[in-house]
Write a protein that binds this ligand. Structure first.
Ligand SMILES: Cc1cc2nc3c(=O)[nH]c(=O)nc-3n(C[C@H](O)[C@H](O)[C@H](O)COP(=O)(O)O)c2cc1C
Length: 192
């Protein structure tokens, strides 16, 4: 069986981001299951705030078109994103908005229907970003027709969660991440 291609990224640009730490920990788990992982940083794909006038004048920025092509080349996607005010971060929402305007490979939005998605969130608070993941799940499934795994990874008290090597200290949290990785690899095998 070929190694499934899995894209991993975080919905935060913050230096020391707990969600980037979670994304990296997920990438390690996925690689341990023989997945072919691409870990990308949205800082390398800067995008202006979506504006219909800008799109009309200059089209979709190259960074969004590259992200669209990158998603299309993967069978699974893991997003680790903080919740901001119990919802999706502006960074992630804006990135998804621009990608959804790329009219290639089956038309707008089609790319979100191809890979299987899995979601995670880390927060210093007690909810672990769970409410933001519900908003992200809603966005992906309802409007973008994505398949999103039921298993979600939420990490509360994230400022205490990682050791100096970037590994999760808590065994229950490690198990939750490992289970998500297993399910994502399994589901990604069913995607062309
Ligand atoms: C505008 C804003 C809104 C936030 N809203 C929430 C929230 O609703 N729930 C929560 O748990 N944390 C919230 N936080 C705190 C973030 O979880 C915290 O900053 C976290 O470290 C961000 O993730 P990162 O470490 O990956 O950058 C908010 C932070 C900001 C800047």
């Amino acid at each position: 069986m070929n190694a499934p291609r899995i894209l991993v990224f975080a919905g935060s640009l913050r230096t020391g981001s707990y969600n980037l730490a979670l994304a990296k920990a997920a990438a390690q788990q996925l690689e341990a299951l023989n997945a072919q992982v691409t870990l990308l940083d949205l800082a390398d794909y800067p995008l202006p705030i979506y504006d219909g006038n800008l799109e009309q004048a200059s089209g979709v920025p190259a960074a969004a078109r590259t992200l669209h092509t990158t998603i299309a080349a993967h069978q699974g996607v893991f997003i680790a994103s903080p919740e901001y005010n119990a919802s999706v971060t502006p960074l992630l929402l804006n990135t998804i908005a621009w990608i959804s305007r790329v009219n290639e490979n089956g038309g707008k939005l089609a790319v979100f229907g191809q890979p299987v998605f899995a979601l995670g969130s880390a927060s210093p608070g007690y909810y672990g970003g769970y409410r933001g993941l519900l908003a992200l799940r809603h966005l992906l499934t309802l409007t973008l027709h994505s398949q999103v795994l039921p298993q979600m990874v939420t990490l509360s008290q994230a400022h205490l969660a990682f050791n100096e090597q970037g590994q999760l200290k808590d065994e229950a949290a490690q198990n939750m991440l490992q289970e998500m990785a297993k399910q994502l690899v399994k589901a990604a095998h069913t995607v062309k």
